[in-house]
Ligand binder design. Structure first.
Ligand code: BTN
Length: 320
């Protein structure tokens, strides 16, 4: 049985507020009702809170209530053992996760908050994080510097795949890891770490997804919330579970040395490769065509005169 059908069932359930009959699901997925029931069982085995009712059909429970997500996160079948710490409000989930990491919290600790009062973005920017969005940090302890470098691309892949499969939106990746839908940013990723000599003590993988929140007017041109694309509020619990599952899968691949498969997924989801870009890096501005990413996730750009450069940090602007 393919994981694609399982993902499709999860997607159907995530978009339906109540029970959906087995018959309707079977029609939507073009499979038999027996297959729907088998797929639903598989989702339950993987830790998704799918409830089956003999008459009413199937539904995903506790759809938008993050305060109730801890038990589902704890039950996820994954290589990392995820533990959720839920907060109504905090300065930044990165800060809380750093304190937990310093106190010895284990890999897979996830801090989620309904709102952040001092959300952090990449390159020292702030990240607007009102209620309705999904703001969380995952504590990881990658064994190598390269792994920690690749975390941000990996997380981009996990988020884009989740949005595509769960909500059917056409999510793509702008280097290094902005998640865009129709050219507007719906999610961002921030990786911060604590390094000692040449050892990574821990990495904090922060994910911010504009789900049901409104954006301030000054951001509306370049950013958007998912609810605008789907026309209705979306459930954040299945999204959190799905992103954690996808992250776990990609992180396991990285750890087992299958870096190319993760890079390949990033390339397939990329909306940057092949485009003319302007790179704004610490040592100036560089224009050219984005050709590829290298094995550390750096962006290879070729200028008009044929000169090539690889960038490991910075911002880019898509020119066409
Ligand atoms: C970006 O600039 O694109 C990265 C944004 C990352 C935002 C998330 S929200 C959860 C975590 N806590 C923070 O303060 N930042 C990250």
């Amino acid at each position: 049985m393919s994981g694609e059908l399982e993902a499709a069932l999860l997607g159907e359930l995530a978009l339906s507020p109540g029970f959906v009959s087995g018959e309707k699901l079977a029609r939507a997925l073009r499979v038999s009702r027996a297959t729907v029931s088998r797929l639903a069982r598989r989702l339950v085995e993987e830790g998704y809170p799918v409830e089956a009712h003999p008459k009413l059909g199937y539904r995903l429970v506790a759809s938008d209530d993050l305060s109730a997500a801890a038990r589902y996160v704890g039950a996820l079948k994954a290589s990392l053992s995820f533990t959720l710490c839920y907060l109504e409000s905090c300065s930044s989930t990165q800060e809380v996760a750093a304190a937990l990491a310093e106190a010895g919290a284990g890999e897979g600790t996830v801090v989620v908050a309904e709102e952040q009062t001092a959300g952090r973005g990449r390159l020292g920017r702030s990240w607007v994080s009102p209620r309705g969005g999904l703001w969380f940090t995952v504590l990881l302890r990658p064994e190598s510097l390269r792994l920690s470098h690749l975390l941000s691309l990996t997380a981009g892949v996990a988020v884009a795949r989740s949005l595509r499969e769960l909500f059917g939106v056409d999510a793509g990746l702008k280097w290094p890891n902005d998640v865009l839908v129709e050219g507007r940013k719906v999610a961002g990723i921030l990786v911060e770490g604590s390094v000692e000599a040449d050892r990574i003590r821990y990495a904090l993988l922060g994910v911010g997804i504009n789900v049901n929140n409104d954006l301030p007017p000054e951001l509306r041109g370049s950013a958007s919330s998912l609810k605008e694309f789907t026309g209705r509020p979306l459930p954040r619990v299945p999204l959190l579970l799905k992103v954690l599952k996808e992250l776990d899968r990609a992180y396991s691949s990285l750890r087992s040395g299958a870096v190319e498969s993760v890079l390949g997924e990033w390339r397939r989801l990329s909306v940057t490769l092949g485009k003319r870009v302007k790179v704004l890096s610490s040592d100036g501005v560089f224009e050219g065509v984005a050709l590829d990413i290298d094995e550390w996730g750096g962006l290879l750009v070729e200028s008009r005169d044929g000169g090539q450069r690889v960038f490991y940090a910075g911002d880019i602007v898509h020119l066409r």
